[in-house]
Design a protein around this ligand. Structure first.
Ligand code: PLP
Length: 386
């Protein structure tokens, strides 16, 4: 019996036991509504305030600039629609490789009459800051560029883009959902006005997230109702998720260099090993400016879904790109934007490691890969393998 190996940390991560312990009291014992007045509620309010302070410290932000949300999707929607709706008829700039939470929000406001520019990327998936500068118009209200891509791991030159945005007085939103566990997300160092983070990508609970909104930024609320989150996001706070997110983010910051060290060595062993076993495999994304835990490839003549199923039968959990697009037959918009031929885009593989992975996981994966390769490239029939 082989071990099950999880190589899909870009899709989601397991809950850290320390996060689970931090959350536990807020699932039952401290059930008060933070907006009520009695002691039980005040205990809940204190936990909410502490979580906000913790998150603000990690981001180098003020506590009042943190808006807790239900995750990355909500944060991205709130940023795009919140800024656009506050500036009717304005123009926004984004890229062709954003997560659908950004892209579909942009397409939605386009249908409402807003103008949107979708910037191209180079063959490594990097946005050219000069392209950003050229796309800015007098009526541009927002630039939204992701920090690191979920499918190919490429890290964008956010600092340079931020300098351009600041000089031209345009707001900058950054989707840091994939990067927040691994990279520095200090909002001043990055120079961002809005930043999205999701808890479940960094060993926190699913359904937790935040939107950082720099003081003075005009971003209309997306959910209306009570006055929670300083009127920026109505709804009784999901306190357990918020406490978990704060704990997870703080742990990620404290343990970042150790976690990244482990991830990098496993990632590099995966990249070397895949290239050896499968010389036709092409690494996608930037060879150096990529997330430390992220290895992604396209494999000529392979159907990505068949590859994932064959790996699954060997106990390996991997992905062909983002979880949201796997299962659909459409080739990934990210791989197409790299200029890869459509056929090649259908044969993608994403391996994202986490800090629980060990060298033996990589060895086990590489040991089954030749068999899986032969099967999915039609070199052997299924019956010979099973
Ligand atoms: N943005 C990026 C870059 C992502 O990778 C994801 C999830 O895969 C999201 C946004 C959406 O985050 P959530 O799953 O918390 O809604």
């Amino acid at each position: 019996m082989t071990n099950e190996i999880y190589f899909d940390h870009a899709a989601t991560t397991p809950l850290d036991p320390r996060v689970r312990a931090a959350i536990e009291p807020y699932l039952d014992v401290v059930y008060g509504n933070p907006s009520s007045v009695y002691r039980l509620a005040r205990t809940a309010r204190a936990a909410l305030d502490t979580a906000r302070d913790k998150v603000a410290e990690v981001l180098g932000a003020r506590s009042a600039e943190i808006v807790f949300t239900s995750g990355g999707t909500e944060s991205d929607n709130a940023a795009i629609k919140g800024v656009a709706f506050s500036r009717p008829g304005s123009h926004i700039i984004t890229t062709q490789i954003e997560h659908h939470a950004v892209l579909h929000s942009a397409q939605f406001i386009e249908r409402l009459g807003y103008a949107v520019t979708y910037l191209p990327v180079d063959r490594h998936g990097t946005v050219d800051p000069e392209d950003v500068a050229r796309a800015i118009r007098p009526e541009t209200s927002l630039i939204s560029v992701m920090h690191a891509n979920n499918e190919i791991g490429t890290i964008q030159p956010i600092g340079e883009i931020a300098r351009i945005a600041r000089a031209r007085k345009v707001l900058l939103h950054v989707d840091a959902v994939q990067s927040a566990g691994a990279l520095n997300v200090d909002v001043d160092a990055l120079g961002v006005d809005l930043l999205s983070i999701s808890g479940h990508k960094l060993y926190g609970p699913k359904g937790s997230g935040l939107l950082y909104v720099r003081r003075g930024t005009v971003c209309w609320p997306f959910l209306h109702g009570g006055g929670q989150e300083r009127g920026r996001r109505a709804g009784t706070e999901n306190l357990a998720a918020i406490v978990g997110l704060a704990e997870a983010l703080q742990l990620a910051q404290r343990e970042r260099s150790e976690r990244n060290g482990i991830a990098r060595s496993l990632r590099d062993a995966l990249i070397r090993g895949v290239r050896q076993v499968w010389p036709a495999a092409q690494l996608t994304g930037h060879p150096e400016h990529r997330l430390p835990n992220h290895a992604s490839f396209v494999l000529p003549g392979v159907d990505g879904e068949s590859l994932l199923l064959a790996l699954d039968q060997r106990g390996i959990m991997a992905s062909s790109g983002s979880a949201c697009t796997s299962g659909s037959l459409e080739p990934s918009h990210v791989l197409l934007a790299l200029g890869l031929p459509t056929d090649l885009c259908r044969g993608s593989l994403r391996l994202t490691v986490g800090h629980h992975n060990v060298a033996a996981d990589v060895e086990q994966f590489l040991a089954v890969l030749p068999e899986v390769r032969d099967r999915v490239t039609g070199l052997v029939t299924e019956s010979r393998l099973d």
